[in-house]
Design a protein around this ligand. Structure first.
Ligand code: IMP
Length: 203
C-alpha cells in the first residue's frame, strides 16, 4: 500500500520505510508533485501533525501520516516545545537554537546536575487512512541537557541532548542505528506500525 509521509527528509523517509516493512511503499509529497511548504500553524504537536496529514489527504485521497517533534525542558517550563525549530527566531539555525537553550538554562540552573536539567523529545504522529479519520501515536525519548555541545552526528539539538538510554553520550555521539532504537520519532512510528499490523486486516 502506498502511504505518504509528510517530509522531504530522506533520513526520515528511510527510517519509516524500514519500520513499516515491505507491505508499505513510503513516498514523499514531492514525489507526487506536492512541493510547496505544508502549513504548520497549530498550537500543539498534535494539531501540527494533523494539519500536515490533512493537507496531504485532502489533495491526494491517499493514506498519509505526518510527524511533529518538540524538545521539552522541565526547568524552562517545557520550552522550546513546538517552537523547537525556531527557538532562536526565524532564519536561525540549530547552532543558534542550541546557543539560546544553553544560555537560558545557565540562567535558571547554574549547576550541571542532570536531574535539574531533565528534558525529553516528544514526537506525535498523525495518521489518516482511506476513511479520513485521524489516529495519533506518540514517542518520547527521556534525557537531560548537557552543559556544552558534544559529537558531530545527528541534527538539531542532538549535540546537547544526553539520552537516558546511553549514559554519558549525547545523541550526536551515538550511531544512527543506536539513535533510531531509542528515538522519539522511531518509537512513534513503531507504535503506528504496530497499530496498523494489529487493527488492519490487510495493508
Ligand atoms: P520536526 O517536527 O521533526 O521538524 O522537528 C522540529 C525541531 O525539533 C527540529 O527543527 C529540531 O530542531 C528538533 N528535533 C526534532 N527531532 C530531533 C532529533 O531527533 N534530534 C535533535 N533535534 C530534533
Amino acid at each position: 500500500m502506498k502511504i505518504i509521509f509528510a517530509t522531504g527528509n530522506v533520513g526520515k523517509l528511510r527510517e519509516a520505510a524500514e519500520v513499516l516493512g515491505p507491505d508499505y511503499e513510503v513516498v514523499s509529497p514531492a514525489s507526487l508533485g506536492i512541493t510547496e511548504d505544508i502549513p504548520e500553524t497549530g498550537s500543539s504537536l498534535q494539531e501540527n501533525a494533523l494539519q500536515k496529514a490533512r493537507y496531504l489527504f485532502e489533495r491526494t485521497g491517499l493514506p498519509c501520516f505526518a510527524d511533529d517533534t518538540g524538545l521539552e525542558v522541565d526547568a524552562l517550563g517545557g520550552a522550546p516545545g513546538i517552537y523547537s525549530a525556531r527557538y532562536a527566531g526565524p532564519g536561525h539555525d540549530s547552532q543558534a537554537n542550541m546557543d539560546k537553550l544553553l544560555e537560558e538554562l545557565s540562567i535558571v540552573i547554574p549547576d550541571s546536575d542532570p536531574e535539574s536539567r531533565r528534558a525529553r523529545f516528544r514526537t506525535v504522529v498523525a495518521l489518516i487512512l482511506a476513511d479520513g479519520e485521524p489516529h495519533f501515536f506518540e514517542g518520547i525519548c527521556e534525557g537531560s541537557i548537557a552543559t556544552e555541545r558534544r559529537g558531530s552526528g545527528g541534527f538539531g539539538y542532538d549535540p546537547v541532548f544526553l539520552p537516558d538510554a546511553y549514559p554519558g553520550r549525547t545523541l550526536a555521539e551515538v550511531s544512527e542505528d543506536e539513535k533510531n532504537a531509542v528515538s522519539h520519532r522511531g518509537k512513534a512510528i513503531r507504535a503506528m506500525a504496530d497499530w496498523l499490523k494489529a487493527f488492519r486486516l490487510e495493508p
